[in-house]
Design a protein around this ligand. Sequence first.
Ligand code: SF4
Length: 322
Amino acid sequence: MSSEANALELKDVEIVYQRRHRTPVRAVAGASIAVKPGQIVGLVGESGCGKSTLARAAVGLVAPSAGSVLFHGEPVKPLGLRSRPASLTGLQMVFQDPQSSLNPRRTVGSQLADALEIVRRTPRSGHPARVSELLEQVGLPASASSRYPHQFSGGQRQRIAIARALAADPTVMVLDEPLSALDASAQAQVANLLVRLCRDLDIGMLLISHDLAIVNQVADEVAVMYLGLIVEQGPTGELWRTPRHPYTEALIGAIPQADGEHSQPTVLPGEVPNPAAPPAGCRFHPRCPLAFDRCRTDAPPLLTVEPGRTQACWLQRADVPA
Ligand code: SF4
């Protein structure tokens, strides 16, 4: 598909954090990812791999040091969400903790009305009806409007946070670990809600998660990130059946086979290297059971290995020993 079809496109994004008297951290070392309308792209990797930083860059909360972020072809400027141009209000973010992203002292209805006021697409007289509609879209009764956030469960609060994002009529939503603070049953329900909203409203979603089981359940595409780099990307089903990168394989292998329980955060053997001093060559080589000499000196490029699939590992190249 052409790049015009992408609703959100991050191209060769680098994000470097300068630190006083200390080595800068290259939290994202050159990552490209695209989201089409009506598509859920999962971005997975262990804690500290840079995926949340990349998510924040996707909505303009962090300025890339290099590369570009485009929303329907328009650059996403690093501005606060409230001061962004009207053309970018269709790019919304949902955070991990709905408790801290909602105002505890205001009713749900007034917070949704505030969101409608910012985008100014609905006249004030129409706010009550639109608030009821938004609540219905996320599976809550209209009566929720007059209640306060603390009167809801964690899953319901995350639904409210999603409703608030929907108030802007988004075409893209970036969701940073939206399910990780929820219990297993709420996780499944909110995951199903995201899929339904994506399909019904043709919203593109970039779903950041350390929970591969959830991503496998909802995402159309998956990008796997390791220490600031995308190391593999492809359609979810194919990537799960035939992971090509040893890191992807290890992540999938580490998903707990719990009986009906949601998976716990994935932990692989070996320590995640310090992002301020990443290993030379392939960044994964100190933890890779298949590493050989070249892996310690040369970084494998991210290459297309078959239509729709990319990966960065020397083992898939014809010019290395089998
Ligand atoms: Fe392992 Fe080498 Fe492939 Fe890196 S390039 S994942 S170290 S085999």
